[in-house]
Ligand binder design. Structure first.
Ligand SMILES: *Cc1c(COP(=O)(O)O)cnc(C)c1O
Length: 229
């Protein structure tokens, strides 16, 4: 199967999962994760009409963005270093990986400099894994007011990468936890966090059943990545 055939199949699976969950098809978007792949690998999917892409490294993304049509929507899903914030804000439509208060403050400051508003999601370390980036579940509630006070951020939701599990079904409780956390934060802080960025190749259907609004799928479309990322 070609990438384009697999892409169509994934779109079909997204539609089916959405229907099973009794949700509108338009309430879930597919992000094609193109990290490690070249612009020419991505182009057929662009030509099939797909516009939403995810990358985890700023410089790698900037190179590809310059080679592909302007109308595409690029999302940052990897850890953002403070010295790359300026480049990231000009290249990306949304930053899913805002993973600390310091980074939030830095994004806000650069957004002010560039006179823009940055569309961001708060990354939550939903499995409480020491090696993973993200706000801890226990800290986010106390830190959220300081994030919401940053005027140049448009905080649209939460993102998580659950712990690696053997069976996709084992990821379900983490997706549910993220949704419940979102509901609680909205109620406690009177804010709106409509987006839930969760679900990857192995578990996107379960993530959709648990309320994901954007699934991030790479290897199911392009095949296994050669480089370690
Ligand atoms: C690489 C990556 C993905 C896509 O992973 P696949 O398993 O290839 O679908 C999704 N989200 C994040 C944050 C990633 O780094």
């Amino acid at each position: 199967m070609t990438a384009i055939e697999r892409y169509k199949q994934i779109q079909e699976h997204v539609a089916q999962a959405t229907e099973r969950a009794d949700r509108n098809r338009s309430s879930v978007r597919l992000m094609v994760v193109s990290k490690t792949w070249e612009a020419e690998d991505i182009r057929p999917i662009v030509e099939a009409g797909h516009a939403v892409y995810g990358e985890n490294r700023v410089l790698e993304a900037v190179g590809k963005i310059s080679l592909l049509p302007d109308h595409l929507e690029w999302h940052l899903i990897g850890h953002l270093q403070k010295n790359k914030v300026r480049k990231a804000l000009t290249a990306f439509h949304t930053i899913h990986s805002m993973d600390s208060l310091e980074l939030a403050q830095r994004i806000n400051q650069v957004a002010l400099d560039l006179d823009l508003k940055s569309r961001v999601m708060i990354q939550v370390n939903i499995g409480n894994e020491p090696q993973k980036h993200g706000f801890s579940v226990s800290d986010i509630s106390s830190q959220l007011p300081r994030i919401l006070a940053l005027e140049r951020l448009n905080v649209v939701g939460l993102m998580a990468i659950p712990p690696q599990v053997e069976m996709a079904e084992e990821a379900r409780p983490y997706f549910r936890d993220l949704r419940v956390l979102r509901d609680r934060l909205e109620a406690e802080h009177g804010c709106s966090l409509p987006e839930l960025s969760m679900g990857m190749t192995s578990d996107f259907e379960i993530a959709i059943e648990e309320g994901s609004t954007i699934v991030r799928v790479g290897s199911a479309i392009f095949g296994r990545r050669a480089k370690v990322v």
